[in-house]
Design a protein around this ligand. Structure first.
Ligand SMILES: [Fe+2]
Length: 245
């Protein structure tokens, strides 16, 4: 009985976040979930871990040339199908947004109000994991001038950025918010990302945590991460803004 209670408590680790604002569970549009069955299975796990609200954030970038109209349509169809499935106990599927790798094309769309932001005109954006010569600041500034608040996804995963870099200093000065991936904290992306993930959080440089769930492999890794003692300490000690979304 004690073991069971311990396990339930452990699985509930991320309840203080309440909202997951980064996942790839709209099937068939990027490298995320491959079908509705997998999406539902992942959502069940997210519910067990304490999430009661989820935003889907498919990739928008040259490699996944999704259009906002198509994504919105697929999203409403999926929501309908999930409701019809009668599966209970899932988190609320609160909305559709995107994880944008910005280029000139998206800047034009932003000007026309055609992007899919999170509530409060917040945009989750990412950089290349490999390309270090790209300086996004000028482009970022134009989004900020258009009234967007930018959230940089998983800063700990970019090998060419670290907490002491001028890149981070510049980004923070501009008001860019950061979102560390929960899985980084359990070594899912390697030692460097794990170390940096904790570092960003402990230095007050991660306003949000995201699951970045792509499929069941990620969801199962999240279950394991929920039992990580250091992760549990982080959840008790630090405040994140997920539950404001
Ligand atoms: Fe992502």
């Amino acid at each position: 009985m004690f073991e069971l209670l311990k396990k339930i408590k452990q699985q509930n680790t991320f309840a203080p976040l309440a909202t997951d604002m980064h996942c790839h569970l709209l099937p068939g549009v990027d490298d995320g979930s491959s079908n509705i069955k997998e999406t539902i299975a992942c959502l069940k796990i997210l519910a067990t871990l304490g999430f009661n609200k989820v935003y889907f954030t498919p990739h928008f970038q040259a490699h996944y040339p999704n259009t906002e109209d198509d994504i919105e349509q697929r999203f409403s169809e999926l929501k309908k199908k999930i409701a019809e499935s009668g599966v209970e106990g899932l988190p609320e599927i609160a909305g559709i947004s995107g994880e944008y790798r910005f280029d000139a094309n998206y800047e034009r769309k932003a000007g026309e109000g055609r992007l899919l932001p999170l509530p409060g005109k917040k945009m989750l954006c990412e950089l290349s994991l490999h390309r270090s010569d790209y300086k996004p600041f000028e482009s970022w500034k134009r989004y900020i001038d258009m009234g967007y608040t930018l959230i940089l996804a998983h800063p700990e995963r970019y090998p060419y950025i670290n907490i002491h870099s001028t890149f981070v200093a510049e980004a923070r000065k501009m008001g860019i918010l950061f979102q560390v991936n929960i899985l980084s904290l359990n070594g899912f992306y390697g030692d460097a990302a794990q170390h940096k993930g904790f570092e960003y959080i402990r230095n007050g440089l991660s306003e949000y945590l995201g699951t970045d769930t792509h499929n069941l492999r990620y969801a199962n890794a999240l279950m394991e991460t929920a039992g990580n003692r250091e992760v549990k300490k982080i959840m008790k000690k630090y405040t994140f803004f997920n539950n404001k979304l």
